[in-house]
Design a protein around this ligand. Structure first.
Ligand SMILES: [Fe+2]
Ligand SMILES: [Fe+2]
Length: 253
């Protein structure tokens, strides 16, 4: 008698092995699918589980991402979740050299955290909301404003409409009406110049050989960012869920 498995037995065994190995199923949030231009219905979790008996939809830590500490700090998000932060680090150092106050250096350090860690569109608004419970109100205001003010020159501080925007968005691009309306409000606000200062130090044409370490700003963060003792995401603040979304971006529910 031949003990060799048949082709179909081998295929069955392979399938069984694969389903044992696939022990979690990722169902993307609608936002991610739409960002791919994908309007199709989400994959059916029940059907996927039926095909992979050992699999469960992802509810815990994502094995594909770096493990985060139980009580993550702002520094941990820079290390384990945010994309390259050279632009923020160099802007913050530029702000130090420009003699800005510590809290405004922090604003420069954090002004694009939404772009590098969360959501791009309206990144100033999202970024401001992320840090609102932990920083001075003026820092939040300035982070929100910088996104808007970037589109409007201010000759009094030598700020011109960015050449990069002409290149990136086209010479005929005009900001959305809600941006224009916010600009009108922001330019008369008492903290206008704080938002403006972020745009002045929002530098992209820096020396690629200059390397700035996050640790250069440890003390400024320590003095100006009220790190919750429970960790960002677990302090029951109104934005804790937003930080948790970065910790576990593919959590099913
Ligand atoms: Fe920005
Ligand atoms: Fe920026």
């Amino acid at each position: 008698m031949n003990d060799q498995p048949t082709l179909s037995q081998r295929a069955d065994a392979l399938e069984e092995k694969m389903s044992r190995e696939l022990d979690y199923i990722v169902i993307k949030s609608r936002l991610y699918s739409m960002a791919e231009g994908d309007m199709s219905p989400p994959p059916n979790a029940a059907a996927l589980m039926a095909a992979n008996p050992n699999a469960r939809v992802l509810m815990g830590d994502d094995p594909r991402l770096p493990q985060m500490p139980e009580k993550p700090t702002l520094m941990d998000f820079f290390k384990y979740r945010f994309g390259p932060a050279a632009h923020l680090l160099q802007s913050a150092r530029h702000a130090v050299k420009g003699g800005l106050s510590e809290k405004m250096v922090l604003a420069c350090l954090l002004h694009d955290i939404s772009t590098i860690g969360f959501i791009r569109g309206d990144h100033g608004y999202w970024g401001a909301q992320l840090v609102e419970p932990y920083v001075d109100e003026e820092v939040t205001w300035a982070i929100r404003a910088h996104q808007v003010l970037r589109f409007y020159p201010d000759p009094s501080v030598g700020y011109e409409y960015p050449q990069s925007y002409i290149k990136t968005f086209g010479a005929d691009y005009r900001p959305d009406p809600y941006i224009e309306e916010d600009y009108q409000r922001m330019r008369n606000h008492k903290w206008y110049m704080s938002g403006r200062m972020i745009t002045v130090h929002d530098i992209y044409s820096f020396d690629p050989n200059v390397h700035v370490e996050l640790e250069e700003f440890t003390d400024i963060i320590g003095r100006n960012f009220r790190q919750p003792k429970e960790g960002l995401g677990f302090d029951n603040s109104p934005v804790a869920h937003m930080w948790r979304a970065m910790i576990r971006p593919a959590k099913y529910l």
